[in-house]
Design a protein around this ligand. Structure first.
Ligand code: ADP
Ligand code: MG
Length: 310
């Protein structure tokens, strides 16, 4: 039996509530396969489209005067954790009942500590929300203090920083739930970013990379394995090129070499490989696996996927 943190990518969830509810029915199956084999499973997930939808919907309604206030970004993140968590609880729960397995699935609204001195705060990079023309962008920037930047010729958008996760505030609760036999959904969307000032936590508008947050969580709860499920079965070098080579395994040293060569796209495969290496190096006996959702079980048997071990 192993303690496994699974990080679900965007392809496991989809873009609308209806699409998501349908997709998670499929997402649940390989997850329950792993549970059925006796593993303790903790689930983390992305939230890009979902938090975008919530943020944009609330901002639009506020601009129209239909609601009294805009929804702050950390609150949007909290809402996305509840929304996605509910769908995962529903789908995984149904699959467990279908297999006559007596387990409960629970979502923990999770805060993740970031350092207010993280260099990311002076260089916000993650675009969120609607596109505006220059004049409107300048007005919003003056009113709300948002950083607005031009996004690939499509207009101006708000950008927020992407700091590194330092700690998972609810880690003990997550551990207690795992120990009691629950399937836990946590650090959704990388967690709600909070900073600590004079002993108090404050939500801050930022986006923590879900692959890094999953890695941090996996270390903190002393997991044996970090499984990053995404749209590709294996990690590749020379990706999208004629001489593409799919990797069955990677050592941290090999990964570093490939990273230096620029083999992994920043913002997509790069953080996954970095998180996988970090976890594999964090303690003896820990390993990481990057594969696709439908290949998770086969990859656990060593038949496919990219395994990273120190
Ligand atoms: P997720 O939502 O799971 O985080 P991303 O789109 O952020 O997914 O990252 C996964 C994607 O990274 C893959 O679908 C693939 O298109 C892309 N990618 C970039 N570089 C590589 C590489 N070297 N090997 C495999 N996939 C890569
Ligand atoms: Mg991603």
């Amino acid at each position: 039996m192993a303690k496994i943190v699974i990080a679900l990518g965007g392809n496991a969830l989809g873009n609308t509530p209806a699409e998501q509810l349908e997709l998670v029915t499929e997402t649940a199956k390989p997850i329950v396969d792993l549970i059925e084999q006796g593993n303790q499973v903790v689930i983390a997930h992305g939230n890009g489209p979902q938090v975008g939808m919530i943020n944009l919907g609330m901002a639009t309604a506020a601009e129209e005067g239909a609601i009294k206030s805009d929804m702050p970004f950390p609150e949007c993140g909290a809402m996305s954790q509840g929304y996605i968590g509910y769908h995962l609880q529903n789908a995984i729960g149904n699959e467990l009942v279908h297999r006559k397995m007596n387990k409960e699935v629970v979502t923990v609204v999770t805060q993740v500590l970031v350092d207010e001195n993280d260099a990311a705060f002076s260089n916000p990079t993650k675009p969120v929300g609607a596109f505006y023309d220059k004049a409107t962008a300048e007005k919003i920037s003056a009113e709300k203090g948002y950083t607005m930047v031009e996004d690939a010729g499509r207009g101006f958008r708000r950008v927020v920083p992407s700091p590194k996760p330092v700690d998972v505030i609810e880690k003990k609760a997550v551990e207690a739930l795992i120990e009691s036999g629950c399937v836990v959904v946590t650090v959704g969307g990388g967690g709600i970013p909070v900073v600590r000032k004079n002993g108090k936590l404050y939500g801050t508008p930022a986006v923590i990379d879900k692959d890094f947050a999953s890695e941090k969580l996996a270390e903190l709860i002393d997991a044996d394995m970090l499984i990053i499920l995404t749209a590709v079965e294996k990690v590749a070098v020379n990706y999208n090129k004629p001489d593409v080579k799919w990797l069955s395994s990677m050592t941290p040293a090999e990964a570093e070499k490939y990273i230096k060569e620029g083999q992994f796209a920043p913002g997509s495969m790069l953080p996954k490989v970095q998180a996988a290496v970090m976890f594999a190096q964090s303690r003896n006996g820990r390993s990481s696996l990057i594969t696709s959702l439908d290949k998770a079980l086969a990859a656990m048997k060593g038949e496919t996927g990219t395994v990273i071990t120190a």
